[in-house]
Design a protein around this ligand. Sequence first.
Ligand code: SF4
Length: 329
Amino acid sequence: MKAFAYFRAENAVDATKLMNQHHGKYIAGGSNLLDLMKLHLEIPEVLIDISRLPLNDVEETSEGGLKIGAMVLNSELAAHPLVRLRYGVLSRALLAGASGQLRNMATTGGNILQRTRCSYFYAPDSACNKRIKGSGCPALHGLNRMHAILGGSAACIAQHPSDMAVAFMALDAVVVTLCLDGSSRQIPLDDFYRLPGLDPQQETVLQFGELIIHIILPPPPMGIHQYYKVRDRASYAFALVSIASIIDIDDRRIRAIRLAFGGIGTIPWRNKQVEEFLVSAPPCYPIFAQAADILLSGAKGAGENDFKIELTRRLLISTLQKAVSGDHS
Ligand code: SF4
């Protein structure tokens, strides 16, 4: 790791002032950035430590939602009584991610900004458009078992690795930021991530130095909250396919539904056409199969990851069938 200067910010305004002055990198839990620095994929000359910012509360909003500080640890958020009671999908997604040790370090703001785990991205000697624009994407014809089947481009097919962001997507989360000029933005998570297109280095709409300070969740939607994750190991493994679901259903129809997917998209994936198709529909296999067709109509494998198309279909259908049968395991 290369030497760097270090500053600790006391509050959010202080952090943005330090960023204006030094043009460094923010560091909170460091659970992804330190890996990148050890491999010299990130070589910041200045680190601005934001881990002590007073942004570690989870509060109820006047609308009945939640305001989650950007420094709330993943383990604290998963165990918070209001999250467990009202936002089960979030608690389940958090506990499906990483390991206990990592969840004790990783923050809410950092989790949604974590970089892909594409093996070429982490190999300094390899070409990679996400690291070096225009250098190429060896994953397109190489090792791509973990890669995305939706949202990819000719430049990059790296999957987004976060579980928490998938639940946030289903919950219509809003990212609140502080910009370097002192202004604040509220960015719906739907608009937060950028598809890779020809410029996979730009992963979000954040501007330089813009600091995530809160995540706002609207009041919890009605329905049973679930997070199912298919992965190679029972823990400490990224999703091959995951699904965050909130389903309100009876014998005759689906009253309301939210669905978001991990492991299959270059960004946490939500296709509202699928939800619109399912709402008011009778809960039966042919309908579920049609929903899967809609979800996967643009899906494209790159060889080793072709299996994800069928796996996603089966996971979606089984999630819907479990909701009908009242199986909440
Ligand atoms: Fe790089 Fe993206 Fe290609 Fe992986 S998939 S090698 S991250 S450009």
